[in-house]
Design a protein around this ligand. Structure first.
Ligand SMILES: Cc1cc2nc3c(=O)[nH]c(=O)nc-3n(C[C@H](O)[C@H](O)[C@H](O)COP(=O)(O)OP(=O)(O)OC[C@H]3O[C@@H](n4cnc5c(N)ncnc54)[C@H](O)[C@@H]3O)c2cc1C
Length: 410
């Protein structure tokens, strides 16, 4: 069996694990990343696409934003559509110049993997039987099999960045965590289509037939979503039926509609809100989807993963440089302040824009009134805008030795 020694063992090479690995590297802290999927699988997984201003600033300050600055699509606003009309919300105007950037999660992950490999610090793909042990000791372990051999990593700390279905959270003894959960009675059918986006900004639609979202990944690829039942088999949806439903829900009275093209990827995602507290057990720290899940309506999941690992990197830096443990102790509480605000926002976006199977006619009229108020009140639009572009990170980039200059993606 091979035994490796490192300072921080990171389980999972999604956005949380890769970002943490590089933040630690930039601060001279050693880590080993262990991922159970292949490199291609991790890069090809199509998921998030909306980066908050703070996430963009973090990636650029870390030196991994070069392609993001070249290829990312800056959006100063978004549209809310209901009763056949689109209403524009100018987020940059309402937030003093902040924006979101559309840049696929798979592109972020690709950039982070390339950067990790260039540092020559270890990153194992296709690790089997990953487990974490001795979490309460001062030398916790990550064990796995790789290329037919057993490996053991002896660490000072373990970062559980292995997503909602990973091994880290379930390794915490029963009774330690308190969990909060809401499962929604709908899911999203998402498609990627070879069609030039017919709007330069996202369009969130509440229609009689349910929610729909128009978004994009590039100047030639449109990304669209439809509300469907949570367990809807994708085979129920031939491509023509998907386009028929997309057009029925999204077309507005002024004739705007998504451009139609060849569907190159489709799938159904259930929606849930979930938080496990505290985000720490002994020397194991949970970050990102391993600790919390939001429904994708507010586009917050990847952004929360980024803000968690910034807080964790600050605490680990202070530990290694000054033997401070207070920021490690505060990690969970500091993260949860932002996590719960993002939970609230994501829940609000979801319940305001989707039709629930048990809703009454009153509920639907209230939703319309909510959207009418939202799109006609500068105060309400400002509230949405400042949450959508991202509430401030709980700790500054300077706390991990980075410049905190805001950046603009053209
Ligand atoms: C359809 C959809 C749309 C979304 N849209 C947005 C959006 O617009 N904006 C946004 O911010 N968020 C969005 N999200 C959420 C976002 O994708 C997640 O929040 C984000 O991926 C979380 O990153 P993470 O690193 O915490 O977890 P993950 O990305 O899940 O990464 C965890 C990693 O750990 C690995 N792993 C799992 N188990 C093990 C194990 N036993 N051993 C080793 N490795 C393991 C996994 O393979 C994975 O690579 C969306 C999600 C979906 C599904």
């Amino acid at each position: 069996m091979s035994v490796l020694r490192t300072q921080v063992g990171i389980v999972g090479a999604g956005p949380a694990g890769l970002l943490l690995g590089h933040l630690l590297h930039l601060n001279g802290i050693d880590s080993v990343i262990v991922e159970n999927r292949s490199r291609d699988y991790v890069i090809d997984r199509v998921r998030a696409g909306v980066l908050e201003q703070g996430t963009v600033d973090l990636l650029i300050a870390m030196g991994v934003g070069e392609r993001l600055q070249r290829e990312g699509l800056r959006h100063d606003g978004l549209y809310i559509s209901f009763s056949g009309h689109r209403h524009h919300i100018d987020m940059a105007d309402l937030t003093g110049g902040k924006a979101i950037t559309v840049y696929g999660q798979n592109e972020v992950v690709k950039d982070l993997i390339d950067t990790r490999l260039s540092t020559a610090r270890p990153l194992f793909f296709e690790a089997e039987d990953v487990s974490v042990e001795a979490l309460e000791s001062s030398s916790p372990l990550v064990r796995f099999r790789h290329d037919g051999a057993d490996h053991e990593i002896r660490c000072d700390f373990i970062a559980g960045c292995d997503g909602f279905h990973g091994v880290c959270r379930p390794s915490i003894p029963e009774g330690v965590l308190t969990t909060y959960e809401r499962v929604y009675p709908f899911g999203w059918l998402g498609i990627l289509a070879e069609a030039a986006p017919s709007s330069t900004e996202l369009v969130y639609t509440l229609h009689q037939r349910g929610f729909a979202l128009f978004s994009m990944r590039s100047p030639t690829i449109t990304r669209l979503y439809l509300q469907v039942p949570p367990d809807e088999p994708i085979d129920n949806w031939p491509d023509e039926a998907i386009w028929e439903e997309m057009l029925a829900r999204m077309t507005t009275r002024d004739g705007w509609m998504p451009s139609v093209g060849r569907i190159v990827q489709k799938g159904v995602t259930p929606m849930r809100s979930f938080v496990a507290t505290p985000m720490r057990y002994g020397r194991l720290f949970l970050a990102g989807d391993a600790a919390h899940i939001v429904p994708p309506t507010g586009a917050k999941g990847l952004n929360l993963a980024a803000s968690d690992v910034l807080v964790l990197a600050r605490a680990l830096k202070a530990y290694y440089e000054h033997r401070r443990t207070d920021w490690l102790d505060e990690y969970s509480n500091v993260c949860l302040r932002r996590v719960w605000k993002a939970q609230r926002f994501s829940w609000w976006m979801t319940t305001t824009l989707h039709r629930s199977p048990d809703e009454t006619a009153f509920d639907h009229q209230r939703q319309i009134a909510d959207l009418d108020y939202l799109t006609s009140s500068r105060a309400a639009m400002t509230s949405l805008a400042e949450q959508y572009v991202g509430l401030p990170m709980e700790v500054g980039l300077d706390s991990v030795g980075l410049s905190s200059t805001p950046h603009r993606v053209s």
